[in-house]
Write a protein that binds this ligand. Structure first.
Ligand code: HEC
Ligand code: HEC
Ligand code: HEC
Ligand code: HEC
Ligand code: HEC
Ligand code: HEC
Length: 454
């Protein structure tokens, strides 16, 4: 009689464990799925029930591209940057107002539209550039992207990647943390099951009168002696140890030469936050060659003087807790010193002391990278590769600049074909070959070694 109940309890425990395991696997995968779908583009009609702007219809993917290459320099979705946060903007204004604004905001300000004047004043009269080239459909697409529901905050590891899309994030799939979590849970379950089985078996044995054989303490050799005597175990442990060491050594070596986060002190404390952020100066005003050449270049001090002839000190509001107004003013004085500008007489003295900016981004000579190909041809915003520069008080290297980083983006980024005569024919042939509408840079040959090494 007793045996029967016992067997039941074992099988019940096992069954319970299996059911538990399955449900955990399921929920882990379901969560992953949810995360994925919140990341991928939501089709236009799924937009209907999003929190902001219920009547926004448009192609979210196309909108995202347009936003990243035209608006991301000044706008964030959920946070104020040079311009206001754009999420929720369709609740604030009607469609026609937004079309007019984006086509030419300054015209509206000048015409005295009260909303336009209010927002212009609020943002210290930083003018937003006009976009007359956008059709209403283009703008609808951007708005559809902007009004996507806010994604749930993700694991801290990828939080920093924030505004930057795919480029700097790891590949998709089930995250390692979930796998590790599930595995450790399974292990724990196994231990519990073994323990229970052992306990029931002992009870069995007792019930049927079998003496459980107790090992005699005296005869046992100490564990370390047993270990040393067991050659097989020694070899296995050494191999595991060596593999572990090799793994960490490899990881360490791969870090050599990767200068992500490199943030040197510059001869003049030049703040991108103040210039490109607060004052909304376009990156290309200073890094003008990014559009047309291999290098972006650092502006010559003459460019600085276009403004700084008349700006010799910062406004009191510019000072932060970390940097005082006196500090900033002294930095501008350094600029005057370098170009030989005499503030008293408002003239050049002719004594120049060139500023030696410390170079931050630097690929090895054997790798070829071209800014105009990415900025002008592909239409990628600077921030995709250099991060939120407009928030950086001190410039730092944001991306790892490793080969893997280049390759990953080439696999994921579609080439911009529209309006590019040169690509039309290639696109026709290749999209037939791969059977897809959009071609990634990789399919266009951007993974060939010779494109980056020669
Ligand atoms: C050079 C920086 C800059 C760029 C690029 C830019 N904007 Fe703006 N935007 C601003 C500023 C600054 C304001 C605040 C009003 C002002 O000062 O003119 C603004 C305001 C707006 C507003 C009004 C928001 C509100 O809450 O009142 C909308 C909508 C907008 N921008 C959309 C866009 C779109 C869409 C793009 C891309 C096609 C874009 N902007 C590109 C700087 C920019
Ligand atoms: C008013 C001029 C000015 C503007 C506008 C400006 N920069 Fe710069 N930038 C500089 C100067 C000067 C340096 C060198 C000093 C430093 O590194 O802080 C620099 C350095 C950089 C570097 C690092 C160069 C290196 O050594 O590797 C990057 C990347 C960069 N800028 C990107 C941007 C982006 C992106 C924007 C637009 C959001 C921008 N800059 C706007 C003047 C400017
Ligand atoms: C388009 C105009 C413009 C250009 C070009 C420009 N600046 Fe400025 N600069 C400003 C403004 C505006 C401020 C902030 C004034 C304020 O906050 O009241 C400023 C502030 C500064 C400051 C004090 C704050 C800080 O960033 O530490 C320094 C130093 C400075 N600029 C250096 C430079 C240098 C070096 C260059 C050339 C690479 C340059 N500026 C180019 C407009 C400009
Ligand atoms: C596709 C990624 C990518 C984009 C987009 C991009 N950069 Fe760069 N940038 C790089 C890489 C990689 C380097 C290092 C190049 C080297 O060492 O040859 C670099 C270097 C720089 C430098 C240092 C000087 C130089 O030319 O080597 C500046 C300044 C700079 N970028 C500014 C910009 C600005 C401004 C934009 C937007 C107009 C921009 N970058 C867009 C990847 C990018
Ligand atoms: C943010 C995404 C992104 C990153 C990061 C990036 N690229 Fe690209 N790259 C592109 C795109 C998109 C194209 C296709 C441009 C086109 O021709 O329309 C491209 C094209 C190229 C080409 C021309 C390929 C051809 O078929 O002619 C070269 C060379 C190149 N990239 C080198 C690099 C190197 C080197 C790096 C890393 C230092 C890098 N790229 C990082 C997006 C990226
Ligand atoms: C999209 C551009 C790109 C393509 C395509 C590319 N590489 Fe690279 N490669 C780079 C960059 C950038 C570096 C420098 C990375 C660094 O310093 O970490 C690099 C570094 C290397 C290195 C030096 C090892 C190291 O980690 O520093 C070797 C070897 C190499 N590449 C071989 C290849 C081969 C073989 C291919 C073809 C299968 C290839 N690369 C294709 C961009 C590229």
């Amino acid at each position: 009689m007793k045996k029967v109940t016992n067997r039941h309890s074992i099988s019940r425990t096992l069954l319970l464990a299996v059911v538990l395991l399955f449900s955990i696997f399921n929920s882990a995968y379901a969560q992953e799925g949810e995360e994925d779908s919140s990341q991928t583009e939501v089709p236009a009609d799924a937009e209907e029930d999003s929190e902001g702007g219920s009547d926004v219809q448009g192609d979210v993917a196309a909108g995202k591209d347009l936003f990243n290459s035209n608006c991301a320099a000044c706008h964030k979705l959920y946070k104020r940057s040079t311009g206001p946060a754009l999420h929720g903007v369709t609740d604030k204004y009607d469609k026609q107002w937004l079309y007019n604004w984006i086509h030419n905001s300054q015209a509206m300000v000048q015409a005295g539209d009260p909303d336009a004047v209010a927002i212009f004043e609020e943002f210290n009269k930083v003018p937003m550039p006009p976009y007359p080239q956008f059709s209403e459909e283009d703008i609808d697409n951007i708005l559809a992207y902007v009004e996507q529901p806010k994604p749930e905050p993700k694991a801290p590891a990828s939080a920093e990647a924030g505004g930057v899309d795919k480029a700097s994030q790891g590949g998709g799939g089930v995250s390692t943390e979930v796998i590790l979590g599930v595995l450790s849970f399974v292990l724990l379950l196994l231990v519990v099951i073994l323990f229970l089985v052992n306990k029931t078996l002992t009870r069995f044995a007792k019930a049927s009168g079998v003496e459980v054989h107790k090992r005699e303490k005296e005869k046992r050799t100490p564990i370390w002696k047993a270990f040393v005597q067991n050659q097989f175990l020694v070899i296995v442990v050494s191999i595991v140890f060596l593999l572990g060491a090799a793994y960490f050594a490899y990881g360490y070596l791969m870090q050599v030469g990767v200068d992500q986060g490199y943030e040197p002190v510059q001869p003049i404390h030049y703040s991108h936050r103040i210039h490109a952020g607060d004052n909304g100066i376009d990156c290309k005003y200073c890094h003008s060659s990014a559009r047309v050449s291999k290098h972006s270049g650092i502006p010559s001090l003459n460019v600085c003087m276009n403004c700084h002839k008349s700006i010799s000190e910062v406004a009191p509001e510019t000072a932060t807790e970390e940097y005082s107004k006196e500090f900033y003013d002294a930095e501008i004085a350094k600029l005057y010193d370098a170009v030989g500008w005499d503030v008293e007489t408002q003239s050049y003295t002719g004594e120049e002391k060139p500023v030696k900016w410390v170079r931050i981004h630097n690929l090895p000579d054997f790798a070829y990278f071209n800014h105009s190909q990415h900025v002008s041809v592909a239409g990628i915003a600077c921030q995709n590769c250099h991060g939120p520069v407009e928030e950086m008080e001190v410039m730092r290297q944001y991306a790892p600049l490793t080969m893997g980083w280049c390759i990953e983006c080439h696999r994921e980024t579609n080439v911009k074909m529209e309006g590019n005569k040169y690509y039309e024919k290639i696109h026709e042939q290749l999209s037939k070959k791969y059977g897809v509408e959009q071609l990634t840079a990789a399919q266009m040959g951007a993974l060939e070694c010779g494109k980056c090494h020669y």
